[in-house]
Write a protein that binds this ligand. Structure first.
Ligand code: ADP
Length: 706
């Protein structure tokens, strides 16, 4: 069927459009995704380049320092070293692992370092005079004899080391024999020789000398002089003048400080201030040097062993330095080594702080960074060395891509830091992609909505048309049928009468009545159709005049009885007295009531008892037609006033009809300003009431004659 085809076309069209839009959106989203990927790859590249730049900077800073020092070292380090903040220490390591720092001296011997003090007394062990002198000093207690022998030995030697030892012994004898002035001058002479490395029984002779000078002064009550001697001892210790082990250094330092403090403590306040100031200065220096010694200790204890392990990899011809990083509890050690020759290796200790400070581009270099990016350099423990405002790693890992961190490392893990590039907020590419995807998806949703809505409307309108078309075709069939039945019976009876076949008068009379009734019915049918087509065309006119309702009702009842005389039914009329005159179109109203009576008989089922009532109440006149027939279902009570509509039960009981009767009734009643009331119950009957107002009706289209 044509309309079915239309509906299918609509569905087909909608589905193809839908598929097309889905495919389009799919490709658009894919394209946007590809673009985002490209952009992201670009960003990835930029980030990698940034990491490379920072790494390159580290390499060039370190390389420059190495080259300059290597050059200076090759020249024998004769000229003062160039000023390089990056290099915190320079040192040389010999093939035995002995280490010599340039410019920096540890306060005491580092682990593994050989003691460098000389026990000069050993060279005299077999000397006869020396033996006698010692015997005089220690066994006999003859100090003048001992002193004479020591002096004699001194006059015979040209070795300043022996000289210093003998002066020391001489001074001791003077002290023991109660000659403090002589003792002090002998110790001073010994100190002037200036050999810090000679020792007796492991204790440097200079330390003994200074300690004794201080003590002698103290015993004589010369506190200022004593304090001076102890301070000298303290100063010498801090200058690392003597080769001491760590334990020795610490006990001598404590001794010197304690002696100094007790000596000064008993001085007058005015004199004390100056001494206290000097001690404070020394303590400050002590702090710095201890810290430095700690670093040097770690260089020798941890870096040098590693360097010696990897020394084989070092090749002087390659010109390449061996770089070693070592983290310690007091910070990171960065060192670089180069073999100067088969015996000596040059070492540099680099300052991590200075290196870090030189890595990030200054503010002018910000252009290397995209908007919203930040760079930080983070050490092994996750602490920022440079840069700030960073998200802790765990949090960054958990959060979405808006906080993604890109990390890079330095070549050879030197320095062993991580370069972190952060991006706050989603990147431009991601943002753009999301926006585009949203737009595509929304447009797709809009298309789908429009398609559904349009399709729904189209299908609904075709469905309505379809129903109307069916009703119309049914209508044509029924109307033809309605015409054919009475026409055939008229023709049949007329033929019989014409041929004179009917002799019985009563029979003849009945035929005539039937012929009249049927033709009346036909003409009413024609009038109904005419009225209907006029109403449809909007040209139906009503001829209003003063009408006696009682007379009209009686006339309609009479005409109906006559028309339907051959049918089996009873019509009771209850027409009230004293009905008012109303303004009405007699013909139209009469036809409307006839239609109601016709329906009452047609749908009477097995109970053809019809009642027509007319009465007036409250400024209105009521026509009522009641039957006890098949009734109308609730759901259909509104629909039966639509044109061509016929109820299910009517169709089932095979009652002929056109579906235009009730629409006509409603139109006529409305034209009179009245209302139609339908009460019905399936199987019990129907009651239709027309209520017409008394008084001039409202004019409607075509009511000009009212
Ligand atoms: P028709 O020519 O079919 O009678 P109408 O417009 O007069 O057309 O009526 C429309 C439909 O209303 C009928 O087909 C019938 O189904 C239903 N109808 C009308 N009057 C009655 C009634 N008195 N009892 C039962 N059904 C009725």
């Amino acid at each position: 069927m044509k309309l079915d085809w239309q509906r299918r076309a609509v569905i087909f069209f909608a589905i193809s459009l839908l598929i097309l839009s889905v495919v389009l959106v799919f490709f658009a989203v894919r394209e946007a995704e590809r673009e985002k990927l490209l952009k992201e790859r670009e960003i990835e590249g930029a980030r990698r380049r940034l990491v490379e730049t920072i790494d390159g900077r580290a390499r060039s800073l370190i390389g420059e320092a190495e080259d300059r020092l290597l050059e200076a070292a090759k020249k024998g380090l004769k000229e003062p070293l160039p000023d390089m903040p990056l290099v915190s220490e320079v040192f040389f390591v010999d093939d035995e692992g002995q280490i010599a720092f340039l410019g920096a001296k540890p306060l005491f011997l580092l682990p593994g370092e050989m003691p460098r003090s000389r026990e000069v007394a050993r060279s005299l062990e077999n000397n006869d005079r020396w033996k006698r002198a010692e015997a005089a000093e220690f066994r006999l207690g003859d100090y003048s004899q001992a002193a004479a022998l020591y002096r004699e030995l001194a006059s015979k030697t040209a070795d300043p080391a022996l000289d210093a030892l003998l002066l020391n012994r001489l001074a001791r004898c003077y002290t023991k024999s109660g000659q403090p002035d002589k003792a002090i001058s002998a110790y001073r002479q010994q100190l002037q020789i200036g050999l810090p490395d000679i020792a007796s029984e492991g204790i440097p002779l200079e330390i003994t000398a200074l300690y004794q000078i201080g003590n002698i002064h103290l015993q004589r009550g010369q506190r200022a002089e004593a304090a001076g001697a102890f301070l000298e001892l303290y100063q010498g210790l801090l200058d690392a003048r003597w080769p001491l082990t760590r334990g020795q250094f610490e006990s001598f330092r404590r001794l010197a400080e304690d002696l100094f403090r007790t000596t000064v403590g008993e001085l007058e306040a005015s004199l004390r201030a100056d001494w206290d100031g000097r001690l404070r200065d020394l303590k400050e220096i002590e702090g710095e040097r201890l810290a430095k010694t700690g670093v040097l200790e770690k260089v020798s204890g941890r870096l040098i062993p590693r360097m010696r392990l990897e020394a084989r990899a070092m090749d002087p011809d390659s010109g390449k330095f061996l770089r070693i990083a070592e983290s310690t509890d007091s910070g990171l050690l960065l060192a670089s080594f180069f073999p100067l020759d088969t015996k000596t290796t040059l070492g540099l200790l680099l300052s991590p702080q200075v290196l870090a400070g030189g890595l990030l581009p200054p503010s002018s270099g910000k252009s290397e960074l995209e908007e919203g990016w930040s760079v930080a350099i983070v050490d092994e423990s996750g602490k920022a060395v440079v840069g700030q405002g960073l998200v802790p790693r765990e949090a960054a890992a958990k959060s979405d891509d808006s906080q993604r961190v890109f990390t890079g490392a330095f070549a050879d893990s030197f320095p062993p830091w991580t370069i972190e590039i952060h991006r706050s907020g989603a990147g431009a590419a991601e943002r753009q992609f999301r926006l585009r995807r949203t737009i595509y998806v929304l447009s797709l949703a809009a298309v789908i909505a429009a398609l559904f809505f349009g399709g729904f409307l189209a299908i609904r309108s075709t469905a309505k048309e379809l129903r109307l078309a069916k009703l119309k075709s049914d209508f044509t069939a029924t109307v033809s049928h309605e015409f054919r039945t009475p026409l055939m019976s008229i023709r049949y009876m007329a033929e019989l009468l014409q041929r004179g076949r009917v002799r019985d008068d009563a029979r003849k009379q009945q035929y005539y009545e039937t012929i009249t009734g049927e033709s009346e019915r036909l003409s009413r049918l024609v009038e109904n159709l005419l009225d209907f087509s006029k109403i449809e065309a909007g040209v139906k006119e009503y001829r209003m005049e003063e009408t006696d309702i009682a007379a009209l009702a009686a006339d309609v009842a009479g005409r109906f009885r006559q028309q339907a005389a051959f049918k089996d039914f009873t019509l009771e009329t209850e027409i009230a007295d004293g009905l008012p005159l109303i303004s009405a179109d007699k013909d139209a109203l009469g036809r409307a009531v006839l239609n109601l009576l016709d329906n009452a008989v047609k749908y009477s089922g097995g109970n053809p008892r019809v009642t027509m009532r007319v009465w007036s109440a409250e400024d209105a006149v009521n026509f009522q037609v009641e039957d006890h027939g098949i009734g109308i279902a609730k759901t259909e009570q509104k629909k039966i006033f639509e044109k061509f509509y016929r109820s299910e039960s009517a169709l089932q009981s095979n009652v002929k009809g056109s579906g235009i009767g009730l629409p006509l009734v409603e139109h006529v009643v409305r034209a009179h300003g009245g209302t139609v009331l339908l009460e019905s119950e399936p199987g019990k009957g129907t009651r239709v009431t027309i209520r017409l107002p008394v008084g001039p009706p409202k004019l409607r289209k075509g009511d000009e004659h009212g």
